[in-house]
Write a protein that binds this ligand. Sequence first.
Ligand code: GDD
Ligand code: MG
Length: 347
Amino acid sequence: MKALLLAGGLGTRLRPLTENIPKPMAPIANRPWLEHLIVHLRDQGVNEFVIAAHHCSDVIRRYFENGKRWNVKITYALEPYPLGTAGAIKNAERWLNERFLVFNADIVHLPELIPLLDFHRQHGGLATIVLTEVDDPSSYGVVEQDDCGRILRFVEKPRCEEAPSNRINAGMYIFEPDVMRYIPAEREVSIERETFPLLIEKNVGVYGIVSNGYWRDMGTPARYRQVHWDALSREFPIPLKGREIQSGVFVGENVEIGAGVLFVPPVLIGDHVKIGPQAVIGPNAVIGDRCQIGARVHCAQTIVWDRSVIRDRSRLQNSIFGYRTVTPAGEVFEDSIINQFKEAVQA
Ligand code: GDD
Ligand code: MG
């Protein structure tokens, strides 16, 4: 089975963290989200991936190469300019000659494929859109369906009062290759604004199925942080690396913990981390691999990416620190998003 991963957006709402990485490469629990997604799909039988990328595509290519290390085949469909969510699919047409899956690679979920594929096979149409239900659908693609699940209308980001339901596009599709006939080549095409309305109008069989289970778009700092707190509370059952040294405190390999360090769960610490004496870590703290946390640092509701150095007595609250951040001693960070380092992440 093949999957196309849409990873070419600019990630504007997560800037500056996405200035030098594509959003799907942002780590979730100390591992790029794209890696979690590929591993999750691989474990359900997806063995070939096409990654459609543009912004910072090198970061993805250097990390995954041909996928061998993950026991999958990965190819890249790079865009000269962002071709949009359908243009990117069209641009990968030569690899997609049988039924295939498409994922918005910035959506954090662990969908079970078999029931979705069964639904697709049974309805026999060209397209299945996986749906989820949310309280406020206005920042998503919203659908109206009949009793058989056929989609009658797809409206991208309607005003709240104009949304036909609270069932939204979860950013995962199952397509027959004939869908390609409805996407023009070599120009920007939005699947949400152009292709879905066209497929519905042409009556080719566009159906929607709700996938239950954890689902979140990680596209804003608040949502990105929330995914982490959900992972730590186990509401989002993503694997956490490390040993649980006290209830809700997961610690990686080769971690040096200074005297009098207090962990307030939940906390996740990566590998090769040093934590100075009397630091207070948590609640809700994620520290990446090879970080150094100084003495008496207080770190709560905060995510620190790999190889960062937080100097003594700093206070970190509700913040996100990109790769290799170095902070001065005694600094206070509240609701901050810092990205100092302009080089790519390595596997
Ligand atoms: N290759 C490529 N080229 N990928 C793109 C492009 C492009 O030009 N534009 C966007 N993408 C990728 C992004 O990287 C992301 O993974 C995915 O397509 C969706 O783009 P977003 O910019 O994140 O869209 P959104 O979150 O506003 O809305 C989309 O997702 C919602 C679910 O979160 C839509 O598909 C909505 O209908 C949907 O409900
Ligand atoms: Mg998104």
